[in-house]
Design a protein around this ligand. Structure first.
Ligand SMILES: [Mg+2]
Length: 234
């Protein structure tokens, strides 16, 4: 089962697809229509898998216990580079340490990185005392599955949190996880970098119909109790 947001998204594009398909059949030759069908179908398939369940619009430290509770999340898999620590840094910020101190008692957390340097990822993971997997090759699902299996939780209640659509979000959606797109961590004291590859992914995804409106949460102060969570349909 998909979440209502995804169902709604797919329904919308199914309608669009059918209308456009009818238009093509009436307007173009059969051969050209087939080619267009192929491209639109491919784009639709990719778009579904590129759609984050939540676009936070802020860095990961703004992912509050209230938001996790709201989406019935019981576990987190976190990307490392640019999600927790900027590429140029090797140390975790005080802000991130504070955030982890708040989140850690609530749910299990794993780090899953595409970085092939065990030296870097292992060092970061040890500094925050979290289990980690490196060289994950996201959008491959293999190491995400490994982390989720260790948590022993339904995959739909574990969020894949990352800064990239074509790796983090795509991998998480392929596995059926809840996916959260966050803004990249900016190196302290530096001007905002351009993130050209990330921006290209965002541009392509939007062209494919992915909606990346920043989530607006205005929660009353809630106490977090994982026992109250109900499994959402996905
Ligand atoms: Mg990243």
């Amino acid at each position: 089962m998909l979440s209502w947001k995804k169902s709604h998204f797919i329904e919308y594009f199914d309608d669009f697809y059918k209308s456009y398909a009818r238009f093509l059949v009436s307007w173009k030759s059969k051969g050209a229509s087939r080619i267009n069908f192929y491209f639109i179908h491919t784009a639709m398939t990719k778009a579904k898998l590129l759609q984050p369940d939540l676009t936070l619009g802020k860095t990961i430290t703004h992912l509050s216990p209230e938001i996790l509770r709201f989406y019935h999340l019981k576990g987190l898999v976190l990307d490392v580079d640019e999600t927790l620590v900027s590429f140029k840094e090797t140390d975790v910020s005080d802000e991130l340490h504070d955030w982890l101190a708040e989140i850690r008692p609530i749910l299990p957390i794993w780090l899953v990185s595409n970085n092939i340097s065990e030296n870097r990822i292992g060092r970061i993971a040890k500094s925050v005392d979290l289990p980690y997997l490196f060289g994950a090759g996201k959008p491959s699902r293999r190491k995400l599955r490994h982390a989720v299996q260790h948590m022993d939780l339904p995959v739909s209640q574990v969020a894949m949190v990352g800064d990239r659509l074509f790796t983090d979000v795509l991998a998480g959606n392929r596995l059926g996880m809840f996916t959260i797109l966050v803004e990249p961590m900016v190196e302290l004291g530096s001007a905002a970098p351009s993130y050209s590859l990330r921006n290209l992914e965002v541009w392509i995804s939007k062209k494919l119909g992915v909606s990346l409106h920043h989530a607006q949460h205005d929660f009353p102060a809630l106490s977090f109790n994982p026992q109250e969570n109900i499994k959402p349909s996905k």
